[in-house]
Design a protein around this ligand. Sequence first.
Ligand SMILES: NC(=O)C1=CN([C@@H]2O[C@H](COP(=O)(O)OP(=O)(O)OC[C@H]3O[C@@H](n4cnc5c(N)ncnc54)[C@H](OP(=O)(O)O)[C@@H]3O)[C@@H](O)[C@H]2O)C=CC1
Ligand SMILES: CC1=C(/C=C/C(C)=C/C=C/C(C)=C/C=O)C(C)(C)CCC1
Length: 319
Amino acid sequence: MLNCLVTVLGIFICVLLLFMTAPYIRRYMAGGVCKSTTKLNGKVVVITGANTGIGKETARDLAQRGARVIIACRDMAKGEAAACEIRAETGNQQVIVKKLDLADTKSIREFAENFLAEEKALHILINNAGVMLCPYSKTADGFEMHLGVNHLGHFLLTFLLLECLKQSAPARIVNVSSLAHHGGRIRFHDLQGEKCYNWGLAYCHSKLANVLFTRELARRLQGTGVTANSLHPGSVHSELVRHSILMTLLWKTFSFFLKTPREGAQTSVYCAVAEELESVTGQYFSDCRPAYVSPQGRNDELAKKLWNVSCELLGIQWD
Ligand SMILES: NC(=O)C1=CN([C@@H]2O[C@H](COP(=O)(O)OP(=O)(O)OC[C@H]3O[C@@H](n4cnc5c(N)ncnc54)[C@H](OP(=O)(O)O)[C@@H]3O)[C@@H](O)[C@H]2O)C=CC1
Ligand SMILES: CC1=C(/C=C/C(C)=C/C=C/C(C)=C/C=O)C(C)(C)CCC1
């Protein structure tokens, strides 16, 4: 009887403690906030994958600051729905949707061609779109899906828009990577995962490629007025886990401990607008402050080799 009473009392105290500490846990999980009040009137921004999740919230924030925001996405209907919502909420009518499928180099080239014909400048490029935990599949050009969309697609897009960014300097390139880059390796002997494939690791490899690309890009852009930084947005309750039933369940169950997409967008916004980052380049951020990069992610030789291999795969010459 006494045992039973003690157990009930114990459970009651635990639940009470959880309820009392919940607001503090939530505030801690929300992470860093971008406090910059920078206005972006007259500035042009491209955000990939901005029809949902972190990208959409990044677009909303930058539109609120007055930027002309181009939502670059593969599904025009989803993009229009997001743009409508952002235009209505911010009153900024300069929120535009353009078709971009990062799993198809033809679509990337068409997007860039169209952009360069229609726009006069590009001040901020946010390479945000991403896929995670995809069953083995390939892009239209035969690249493993994670590497193809998350790294090679953005590599080609940046290459095609770079001259415009340079002409528009000061300009910024923001690459959305992940903490998952710590688990990544660049498997040059099997880049397309044909010999060995693990969907979790494939994501990690592609996110390491984001960090290495940023590092080498920043080195090459020294003195041009264009900076390049990468970031981890935090663990965010978005559609990223859609390919895994288990992760979708986990994400739903523990959503309280995850960032909202708006919270997850803070570091992207910070890298895009913060005054103190004006000449900061080649860095990696999390929660709106510099964060620890894995030894692989700091390896300049690896970054150069990945650069050259990426150029070869895409058939481009980028010196
Ligand atoms: N959520 C998290 O916890 C974390 C996210 N990240 C990174 O943040 C970024 C944004 O992810 P998040 O918002 O969470 O995920 P979402 O799945 O919510 O958004 C991903 C976006 O990428 C787009 N996308 C996917 N494939 C393509 C493609 N082939 N061409 C064009 N666009 C494409 C999606 O379009 P569509 O809607 O049409 O599928 C969607 O707009 C990603 O790079 C991700 O790796 C990093 C760490 C943690
Ligand atoms: C800690 C913790 C969790 C784990 C979250 C992790 C490990 C997220 C990693 C996300 C990444 C790195 C995504 C994309 O890049 C759960 C399961 C939500 C349960 C609540 C506590």
